[in-house]
Write a protein that binds this ligand. Structure first.
Ligand SMILES: O=C(O)C(=O)C[C@]1(C(=O)O)C=C[C@@H](O)C=C1
Length: 253
């Protein structure tokens, strides 16, 4: 329709209402997620099923709307674009709020705080001293980075002397450090804690004092205030009644 042409991308069609009404009507909540970031979103390639803290949250959100979740794979470079373009109703899975992304989508109330932290082979721990940026950013050190998200942004802004090695497959990136093809990754403290649990040879350097402050949240289409408010209420309750913490414990403990 001529109206549709004038609507900015992602804005709900007023004639069809908010996702708050259309999701229960259709019985489906379309969820975009990368599936490559445990403990938040993890795709099992064997059977195509998703698990993770934010996957559980998305299932609860869908249920509360009398809908079934339909998970769609996306990438870190495309996640917010997919939400903005209406390819899904919500983007989840350890997504950090950033101001450039906040121009494309609405972010819900945050689920947790996080921040970039170095993870290295425990055998190398001494070499990195306090684990300050100056201890890491040295010639001869290889920093491995997954492209498209806030990790890459952080590494490009802060690494000048060390070598940056891009590794596009986030599910195998920690193996690069374990096997010595890279020395350091700087990623969210939550992920360094999880990965050092499943790879005992890896140590997080200062997960309680990350380099940056960030918050994780869910992305919804810009302009749909009613849906955003509902998702905010949902997140607020789950993060205050112990549900979110319980889902995290299932992965972290
Ligand atoms: O981009 C983001 O929002 C993220 O927090 C995701 C991100 C990243 O920063 O690249 C964080 C940790 C994972 O290793 C993969 C992706």
């Amino acid at each position: 329709s001529p109206d549709a042409a004038r609507r900015p991308e992602g804005r709900p069609d007023r004639h069809h209402g908010s996702l708050l009404d259309t999701v229960p009507k259709k019985g489906v909540l379309r969820v975009c997620t990368t599936g490559d970031y445990a403990p938040f979103t993890k795709l099992d390639p064997a059977d195509g099923t998703y698990s993770g803290v934010d996957i559980k949250m998305a299932r609860d959100l869908a249920k509360s709307l009398e809908a079934k979740p339909r998970f769609t794979a996306t990438t870190w470079a495309n996640l917010t674009k997919d939400v903005a373009a209406g390819r899904c109703d919500i983007g989840v899975g350890g997504v950090s709020i950033t101001l450039p992304r906040a121009r494309q989508v609405y972010f819900s109330e945050p689920t947790r705080e996080d921040g970039k932290t170095p993870i290295v082979r425990c055998a190398d721990k001494e070499k990195f001293g306090e684990g300050a940026l100056a201890d890491i950013d040295k010639p001869g050190t290889t920093v491995v980075v997954n492209p498209g998200g806030t990790n890459e942004q952080f590494a490009r802004a802060n690494i000048k002397q060390a070598t940056i090695k891009l590794h596009p497959e986030n599910t195998t990136i920690f193996q690069e450090i374990v096997e010595g093809r890279a020395d350091v990754m700087m990623t969210d403290a939550s992920e360094t804690l999880y990965q050092s649990k499943i790879h005992p040879e890896l140590c997080a350097l200062h997960p309680d004092e990350p380099f940056t402050f960030s918050e994780k949240a869910y992305a919804t289409p810009r302009g749909d205030d009613e849906f955003k408010e509902y998702v905010d209420q949902f997140v607020h309750l789950a993060t205050h009644d112990g549900t979110y913490a319980r889902y995290e414990d299932e992965w972290m403990k």
